[in-house]
Design a protein around this ligand. Structure first.
Ligand code: PLP
Length: 410
């Protein structure tokens, strides 16, 4: 009887296996017929933008949208700004790319302008392609410089998806086993005691913090906390890294968000707003870091087109006083937002704002998009709407959003 049952189980198992093999082959054949498709990792809005200008977008049906999100805080000077378009076109017609094996004077020009506008003229610039790559190189430099490997990072942080950057990100679900070196230690943001205590253990290579925590839901490191981090790093020979990938480039009303607190880090990372949509990032290194040939490198980083885009962005920020505009419109927005029924708290500064609601933000954001055509951002904090528009957002556009939000929350 028992032998009979076992034989039956084996039969069922084998049938299942052969069915799976059959369907697997069938599926592969079906995929072959359909051709390559995209790896499905992004939850998408059912919208296809085909044209954009300033803070406005139009989709393939001609519907107009107001963009208060800038595609993850990337659009800094507005979509298709004429100066940006002209500079990129001109560069495209001259030379678009050559690798870092030749002189590229545009890189020097960019470094000079970035140093002057940010107040970090004594720093050096290493050009990369993205925020994660900038952070990856910052962590490597901190480790090369100190000869250490222990890194202090903060809860709720997001630093990107490459190996070290993702391990420094407080989201275990996106950290693969191969990324888990065990060198990152997560501390609560703004807890000076916990930070001080962490320095009593194994020597620290680096402390890395976002200028303002973005994806978390817009949380600012307190001035006293950044001051304590600066002092502890100096006393213990550790490197202080400020990730300004989202908060930098004028978004906070200062060139870098940490400048609102007056401290100076050792390394600063930038991307997003730097290229207004063209992929470009950078690592700013303090004078204590020794350059050595081939220590860092990249094929695409700092190419001619990327530099032209980054220069155009700085030129527009400067000539149109966009940092002042971010500060002014940001203040107005924050003060109006805090008076709206249903908004319980407004966090952030400049045009990097988080509106905390008395209800989940998801349905409110969907209503803003579907009924009013307004793009806003989500956050890990489920009740928060993230507002990250271009730095030249107008008062009229800010009012349009406030009116829509009042109606949606009423
Ligand atoms: N750091 C911060 C603070 C970010 O917000 C992001 C992206 O959202 C990154 C790093 C990673 O940048 P990228 O997506 O360009 O690699």
């Amino acid at each position: 009887m028992a032998a009979c049952k076992a034989k039956g189980r084996r039969y069922i198992l084998q049938t299942c296996k052969s069915q799976y093999a059959f369907h697997g082959r069938y599926l592969n054949f079906w995929k072959y017929l359909c051709g390559m498709k995209l790896f499905d990792v992004y939850p998408l809005f059912d919208i296809e933008p085909v044209r954009a200008l300033g803070s406005e977008l139009w989709d393939n049906t001609g519907r107009r949208y107001l963009d208060l999100y800038g595609g993850h805080a990337v659009i800094s000077i507005g979509h298709t700004h004429p100066h940006y378009v002209q500079r990129l076109n001109e560069q495209l017609n001259k030379i678009a790319f050559y690798s870092n094996s030749v002189k590229i004077p545009l890189q020097e020009e960019l470094a000079k302008k970035l140093g002057k506008m940010s107040g970090y003229e004594d720093f050096d610039l290493f050009l990369v392609n993205s925020g994660a790559e900038a952070n990856e190189n910052a962590l490597k430099m901190a480790s090369f410089h100190t000869g250490r490997k222990r890194v202090l990072v903060f809860k709720q942080s997001f630093h990107g998806r490459t190996s070290l950057a993702v391990e420094a990100t407080d989201n275990p679900s996106i950290v693969a086993p191969v990324n888990r070196t065990g060198n990152m230690e997560f501390l609560p943001l703004n807890d000076i005691d916990a930070l001080t205590q962490a320095f009593t253990g194994e020597p620290v290579a680096a402390v890395m913090a976002e200028g303002i925590q973005g994806l978390a839901g817009i949380y600012e490191p307190a001035t006293e906390f950044l001051e304590a981090a600066r002092t502890l790093c100096t006393e213990h020979g550790a490197v202080l890294i400020l990730d300004e990938v989202q908060s930098g480039y004028g978004r906070s009303g200062s060139f870098f968000a940490h400048q609102n607190s007056g401290i100076r880090p050792d390394l600063i990372t930038v991307a997003k707003g730097m290229g207004n949509g063209f992929p470009v990032g950078g690592l700013l290194l303090g004078p204590q870091f020794q350059a050595k040939h081939s220590l860092l490198g990249t094929t695409f980083g700092g190419n001619h087109l990327a530099c032209a885009a980054a220069l155009a962005v700085l030129e527009v920020i400067e000539s149109e006083n966009l940092i002042d505009n971010a500060s002014k419109i940001g203040l107005q927005l924050a003060s109006e937002l805090s008076g709206i029924n249903g908004v319980t708290e407004v966090r952030g500064t400049g045009l990097m704002l988080g509106a905390e609601l008395d209800r989940p933000a998801g349905p409110v954001r969907t209503a803003l998009l579907n009924e009013f055509g307004i793009f806003t951002g989500s956050a890990n904090q489920k009740n928060t709407i993230r507002i990250l528009p271009a730095l030249n957002l107008s008062e009229a556009h800010a009012d349009e959003f406030l009116t829509a939000l009042r109606k949606t929350l009423a």
